[in-house]
Write a protein that binds this ligand. Sequence first.
Ligand SMILES: NC(=O)c1ccc[n+]([C@@H]2O[C@H](COP(=O)([O-])OP(=O)(O)OC[C@H]3O[C@@H](n4cnc5c(N)ncnc54)[C@H](O)[C@@H]3O)[C@@H](O)[C@H]2O)c1
Ligand SMILES: [Zn+2]
Length: 363
Amino acid sequence: MRITQVKLGRRSYAIAVGNKIIRSLDKKLNRLNLGNSAFIITNPLVRNKCSGELIKVLKKAGLNFKIKVVPDTEKSKSIAVLSSVIRDLARFDLKKRTFIIALGGGVVGDLSGLVASIYKRGIPYIQIPTTLLAQVDSAIGGKTALDLSEGKNLIGAFYQPRLVFSDVALLKSLEARQLRTGLAEVIKYGIIKDKRLFAYLEKNCKDILRSKTEKLAYIVNASSKIKAGIVGCDEREEKGLRTVLNFGHTLGHAIECACGFNKYNHGEAVALGMLIALEISKRMGLIKGSLQRRIEGLIKRTGLPHEIKGIALKNIIKAYHRDKKFIGRKNRLVLIADLGKAKVVENVPFGIIEEAVKSLYSA
Ligand SMILES: NC(=O)c1ccc[n+]([C@@H]2O[C@H](COP(=O)([O-])OP(=O)(O)OC[C@H]3O[C@@H](n4cnc5c(N)ncnc54)[C@H](O)[C@@H]3O)[C@@H](O)[C@H]2O)c1
Ligand SMILES: [Zn+2]
C-alpha cells in the first residue's frame, strides 16, 4: 500500500493506493476513530460490484452500518437527493457516532462530501473512489458539489475527507469508456507536472487499458501525489496554483456544454480541450510541433477522441464565451511551455483560440 499525505495542518489526511487493500481498511478506521457507525452512500451498480469486501471489513471492525443507495446519474447531485440522504442519515444516526463512507465515482463523492459538510455542521467522511477519475481527481481535494438547472457544481463547499482509500481492484469492473475518461486526467497530470508519468503512460498504455492492477496502482499513486501537492499549497483555489489543473478544461468544458453533456463525456472533452490548448501553445511559440505530435500520439493510442465531430464550431465558441473562467474582458488559459511544465497565460488573442478549435475538425 502506498501512502501520500495531503498536508493541510489539522485537516491533513492520507491517500492510500494499492491492489486489494480494502481488506485492511479496518486497521485504518480503528486508528482514525471516526465513530462507531458508518453511513455508506453509493449507487445500485457500485453496490453490486464493489460493496462486498467493504461490508466484510466493516463487520470485522465491529462497526454498525447502513447503505444508502442513490440513483446512478448526475441527477444525484441535486437538492432532492441531498434531502433524502440527509433524512435517512438522521434516522440512522440516533444515539450513534456516525461517519460517512462515499463508495462510488465522482457523483457519489461530490454528494457525500456535501452531506458530510452540512449534517450536524459537519461530520467525518472518507472516500472510497471506484472510478479512475474519482481515484485520481474528484476524491482528493475536498471540493463537494451539487448541480442546479442554472449550472453544474454551483452549490458546494470545501470540506476535506479524513481518508481517501483507492483500491485499484475496484476498477476491474469499470467500462472501458469510463477508464479512458479517468485516463484523460492522468495524461493531463503528466503533461502539466510529470514527464516521467507521461513516459510511463506511453510505455504502458495497453496494459492500463486492460486494467493491469500494478500499472493502475502506479498511475493512481503518481496522480494522487500531484493532486495532493497542489491541494496542499492552494486548498481553496485562492493562490492560482490549482489553476494548472484546468489544463484542457476551459475548451473541454465548452465542448461538453456545446454537445449538451451528451456526445462527449468529461474525459473525452478534456482530451479535445488539451489538444486545443497544445495547438494554442504551438501558435503562441511556446512549444514545438514535435511535442504536440507526441502528446497527440498518446491520446490517439488510448482511444480518446482527437477530432471534433458532430458539434458546430460556432456552438463551441458560444459556450466558451459563456464559460465562468472568462473574467471581464480578459481570458486566462493554461498552456504548455514543455512536457511537465504548465503556464498560465492571460489575454490569448481570440483569433488564435478560434483557429486552434478549428484545427480539430478534419478537413
Ligand atoms: N470534486 C471534484 O474535485 C471533482 C473533480 C472532477 C469531477 N468531479 C465530478 O465527478 C463527477 C464525474 O465522476 P465519474 O466520472 O466518476 O462519474 P460517475 O460517478 O457518474 O461514475 C461513472 C459511471 O461509472 C459507474 N461506476 C463507478 N464505479 C464503478 C465500478 N467500480 N465498476 C463499474 N462501474 C462503476 C457509475 O455507476 C457510473 O455509471 C461529475 O459530477 C464531476 O462534476 C468532481
Ligand atoms: Zn476534469
